[in-house]
Design a protein around this ligand. Structure first.
Ligand code: CDM
Ligand code: ATP
Length: 291
């Protein structure tokens, strides 16, 4: 696979960083370093943060406006840019502007997606020509969810989420509830009552309807708002947790059915109406190399 080429220069453009859903999530083991071995299915949705890259005259990395509560040096976009510089010795700089739409700590992977967009776009804007595989490996050092956003296709994932196999789940309408709580991924993976020995399943079993998320009981027990959201959504369709939460979602075969649920639920919840997509909108803004 060669690096992907950008149609135009891309400086000053708005670049998408989409959200993801985990359509199922099984914990099938644990590595010696404590990280959990998963089986999961990633699909993107058309809800996005948007990033703009502004040229600067020196080698500095900065944010136009830091996200409240996230120090600039720990922001995943800044860390992604620094990582590229450290890896390549690139002497260029950038000012990154982030239009933040995705809720943080929601299990939608917003921070990871922002980081992936930085890796993919700066790789091109800075003329670094790192291959996608290298960007995915760099991304993995920032977070387990970063590689899928670099990869850009809906996928069956194993390992900690870095072993990816392209699949094409149905692109259905989705209603997502963001309960009024912030779930730390780390807290859930540290829980004593987390199932860590699920039986592995096949893609065919997932396609036939095996949608279990092994984190759901642990998260529901600790966060009443998540349990309530799962219950509210289940009035309309099968309700599921994405990642370690806090967001819960349900898929709908028609836009009408999704809108109906959305209209009812928005009276009581922070709710999003979205569409599942198997190709990341970030990829759609790029010309594809030899993929
Ligand atoms: C739950 C998922 O969202 C599913 O897509 C991801 O596995 C989480 O990915 P992420 O948010 O990028 O997570 P990271 O930032 O890499 O890890 C946060 C913390 O969760 C724990 N963690 C994460 C992923 C994993 N497979 N096993 C873990 O035990 C680790 O303690 C880690 O310190
Ligand atoms: N650019 C960023 N956007 C969002 N969060 C960031 C960013 N940089 C650092 N963070 C930190 O990362 C934490 C997790 O944010 P994120 O939005 O990725 O959560 P999430 O949706 O639960 O992700 P995941 O599904 O990968 O666990 C935030 O609480 C915040 O402290």
């Amino acid at each position: 696979m060669t690096s992907r080429q950008i149609k135009q220069s891309g400086w000053g453009d708005k670049w998408p960083a989409p959200a993801k859903l985990n359509l199922m999530l099984r914990i099938v083991g644990q590595r010696p370093d404590g990280y959990h071995l998963l089986q999961t299915v990633f699909q993107f949705v058309d809800l996005c943060d948007w990033l703009i890259f502004h040229p600067v005259g020196d080698c500095s990395i900065s944010l136009k406006q830091p996200i409240p509560g996230v120090a600039e040096v720990t922001d995943l976009t800044v860390r992604a840019a620094m990582l590229l510089k450290a890896e390549t010795g690139c002497a260029q700089g950038v000012c990154i502007e982030v239009e933040k739409n995705l809720p943080m700590g929601g299990g939608l992977g917003g921070g990871s997606s922002d980081a992936a967009t930085v890796l993919v776009v700066l790789n091109q804007l800075w003329g670094l020509q790192l291959p996608i595989e290298k960007l995915m490996a760099l991304g993995l050092t920032l977070g387990a969810d970063v590689p899928i956003f670099v990869y850009g296709y809906a996928a069956w994932a194993e390992g900690v989420g870095e072993k990816l196999e392209k699949i094409e789940p149905l692109e259905q309408w989705v209603v997502i509830i963001k309960p009024d709580c912030h779930v730390e991924t780390r807290e859930i993976f540290l829980a004593n009552d987390l199932t860590r020995d699920s039986k592995s399943i096949t893609i065919a079993e997932f396609t036939a309807g095996q949608h279990q998320n092994d984190c759901v009981d642990v998260v529901s027990r600790r966060y009443q708002a998540v349990e309530n959201a799962l219950l509210a959504l289940s009035e309309f369709s099968e309700s599921r947790l994405t990642g370690t939460g806090a967001c819960v979602f349900a898929q709908f075969a028609s836009r009408e059915a999704a809108v109906n649920a959305y209209e009812v639920l928005k009276k009581s919840w922070q709710v999003y109406l979205a569409k599942g997509i198997n190709k990341s909108p970030l990829l759609s803004k790029l010309e594809i190399g030899n993929t």
